[in-house]
Design a protein around this ligand. Structure first.
Ligand code: AMP
Length: 418
């Protein structure tokens, strides 16, 4: 039989790596909660229609990357490719807007896109993100960007650039679209095949094409900032002013459009410069999507959010201090393994990380395991100790050993750990 392997582009995260994941996730949760965000967990499977309507039909995700299948009941389902549409669906389904004027949610979880796997690009990847409903900005927009930059800094990811843009609202985009098409149409023959098609369906996407021929055409194109109306311009300026007041450096990038259809006004991306990122250097992206909730059949509600790729942040995060996995290792003569099981449980109940070798191996082999385990303290239990109501406490690095009363074992271990 062929060897069983994980699905291409979907990775195991083994215990040896999980400490960094925990560190990142804990830092994210703590920061988001300090800013008033509460966690939401939505299903990984949603009706396909949610993403087609929420993300937009003419996007890479919906056109080519979704894992979609028909279930046994004939329903079309899709493994979520991103979190925003699901959050909006949940917010609407539970009428959250009826009970609170502003909702701030965060999520952490796996997303699925059938992209070509590469370093920093997978078919199952994890995103952490935030969404805000009911605040039209621009202050909350700047707060969000500043929050995430602070989060990256806390993890030691400081070599980043924040790019911002505004896509305007309503008719801005339509007017810019016409101007862009007028600029690109004469160069049609020089564009990539994808961009020639997008010229008809979604011309803004030509601007973020990676193909050199498209980039050349985009370089001379008019920018959307020239098409903002007064209200959009004031919003964009308010966003920038607040970022400056918060002390978060940024660069206006008028060609930033991003892959998803639903954005309006504020748009931002954080790009990593250092670490091990290679070509996949966009750490996170987000923006305002003031029209999406209305388009999905809800009450017109302003919204903004972002999502970051956890694997990409891990690629530029340092190792961090190695965490001690164990405090104490229990070693027992084969005849007293029952008592050792109870001793280990009591240590754990007291909050210590304890492991015991309960297989009945020789003391020598148990000591070897204790040494390798990284636990600073070993407790040794034999028939003699059981009869005397004691335990031998050994500080492994120093080789010192003392007899401690079984009743006083927890404080003795704590004292030995320092
Ligand atoms: P998006 O939802 O496309 O705006 O992506 C937001 C962030 O998610 C990106 O900046 C990446 O960090 C991450 N991301 C998106 N697609 C992938 C992928 N296929 N593999 C790994 N990370 C991804």
């Amino acid at each position: 039989m062929a060897k069983l392997r994980s699905v291409k582009g979907m990775n195991d995260i083994l215990p040896a790596d999980i400490g960094r994941w925990h560190r990142l996730e804990a830092a994210f949760r703590h920061r988001a909660e300090r800013y008033g965000y509460a966690e939401v967990r939505t299903p990984v499977l949603e009706p396909t229609e949610l993403f087609v309507r929420g993300i937009g039909e003419v996007t890479d995700i919906v056109e080519k990357e979704m894992y979609t299948f028909e279930d046994k009941g004939g329903k079309m389902l899709t493994l979520r490719p991103e979190g925003t549409a699901s959050c909006v669906r949940a917010w609407l389904q539970h009428s959250v807007g009826g009970s609170e004027p502003v909702t701030k949610w965060y999520y952490v979880g796996p997303m699925y896109r059938r992209e070509r796997p590469a370093k920093g690009r997978y078919r199952q990847f994890f995103q952490a993100g935030c969404e805000v409903y009911g605040d039209p900005g621009p202050y909350v927009d700047a707060e969000l960007v500043d929050m995430v930059v602070g989060f990256l800094r806390e993890l030691g990811v400081e070599d980043v650039e924040v790019l911002v843009n505004s896509l305007g609202s309503g008719d801005t985009r339509a007017r810019y679209r016409d101007a862009l098409v007028a600029h690109l149409a004469p160069m049609r023959g020089r564009l990539s095949e994808d961009s020639r098609r997008r010229l008809e369906t979604n011309p803004l996407r030509v601007l973020d094409s990676k193909a050199p021929e498209d980039q050349e055409a985009a370089a001379s194109a008019p920018t959307i900032l020239d098409y903002l109306d007064d209200a959009d311009r004031a919003h964009f300026e308010g966003f920038q002013e607040t970022l400056r007041a918060l002390g978060t450096p940024f660069r206006v990038e008028p060609r930033l459009v991003r892959g998803l259809d639903y954005y309006t006004r504020t748009l931002f991306e954080v790009v990593g410069r250092g670490g091990d990122l290679g070509a996949q250097s966009t750490l996170l992206g987000g923006g305002r999507y003031d029209k999406m909730i209305g388009d999905l059949g809800g009450p017109s509600t302003p919204a903004i959010g972002f999502a970051m790729g956890i694997e990409r942040i891990l690629l530029c995060m340092g190792e961090g201090p190695a965490e001690r996995a164990l405090d104490v290792f229990v070693i027992a003569e084969p005849g007293v393994r029952g008592a050792a099981t109870v001793l280990a449980r009591d240590l754990r109940d007291a909050g210590l990380r304890a492991e015991a070798d309960l297989r009945g191996n020789s003391l020598k082999s148990q000591f070897r395991r204790a040494d390798k385990s990284g636990a600073p303290v070993a407790l040794v239990l034999g028939q003699r100790e059981i009869e005397a109501g004691t335990v031998q406490l050994k500080v492994l690095a120093e080789g010192t050993q003392e007899s401690v009363a079984r009743d006083g074992i927890v404080p003795a271990v704590r004292a030995a750990l320092g």
